[in-house]
Design a protein around this ligand. Structure first.
Ligand code: BTN
Length: 243
């Protein structure tokens, strides 16, 4: 990962750039596109991803996880989430504040440090290729959302992005290899150990209603298992929100 590294001064979205490289057969597995200024970044749930130019990491990696079934897309998302988690732990030190918020946001306390947008293309029941888009807040100090933070805001330090990118790719590669080797139990255990609000009772929004729930696990397909009252229900990304 990262052998072929393309660092662009600016682009609309690194996911779209990577998409195009793939379409034109100009990318091998691990090829990574990074930009200093992503001006039309895309996030989960159709949101925009905003990042101040020159201060953060916005990048996309091309992987070819053809060993995964289409029904296993969450495993990839889990591995990538753990990769960014390991990276943050390396930089901030181990902390119970550092968490993965389901499905794959990186949080410190109640503030978001980064997120992931994976776009897979399928061939039949298999994954053919994946664009793994990652946005991490690094040196940016001012955010429009009060729920966002950065490594710099948390530590008061300035981080060299080239160095951070190199370490990130190492962390991701490690988890990707773990996935490829079929070490799914380990991945699952690490994920649950890092999961935000795991086994705690909090408020969630389900079908426009506020309910009290306890996260008790994550299904193999990525749906969140939430205990509501004395019943466990499963929810997809569009069906439940933390409040
Ligand atoms: C989210 O938390 O909503 C996911 C954010 C993903 C943002 C990254 S930045 C690099 C890549 N290119 C994009 O357009 N989006 C992803």
């Amino acid at each position: 990962t990262g052998q072929q590294l393309i660092w662009l001064p600016a682009c609309a979205s690194t996911n779209s750039e990577a998409q195009q490289l793939l379409r034109e057969n100009r990318a091998s597995e691990g090829c990574t596109v990074i930009t200093d200024d992503q001006f039309a970044g895309r996030g989960q749930r159709g949101n925009q991803w905003l990042a101040a130019p020159g201060e953060n990491l916005t990048l996309s990696i091309i992987w070819l996880p053809t060993f995964l079934e289409a029904s296993q897309q969450f495993l990839l998302s889990q591995a990538v989430a753990l990769g960014i988690y390991d990276w943050a732990e390396l930089l901030l030190g181990a902390s119970p504040m550092l968490r993965l918020k389901w499905p794959n946001d990186l949080y410190f306390g109640t503030q978001k440090l980064g997120g992931i947008l994976i776009e897979n293309s399928l061939s039949g029941a298999k994954i053919q290729s994946s664009i793994v888009g990652i946005g991490l807040n690094v040196n940016q100090r001012h955010f429009t959302l009060p729920t966002a933070t950065s490594l710099g805001a948390l530590t008061g330090r300035y981080f060299q992005r080239e160095e951070l990118a190199a370490r990130l790719l190492e962390c991701l590669e490690k988890r990707y290899l773990q996935l490829r080797a079929g070490r799914l139990r380990e991945l699952r255990q690490s994920y649950l150990a890092a999961l935000y609000r795991y086994q705690e009772w909090h408020d969630y929004e389900v079908a426009g209603r506020r309910v009290r729930g306890q996260i008790v696990g994550v299904e193999p397909d990525g749906r969140l298992a939430l205990r509501i009252g004395d019943e466990v229900q499963h929810f997809g990304l569009q069906e439940v929100k933390h409040v």
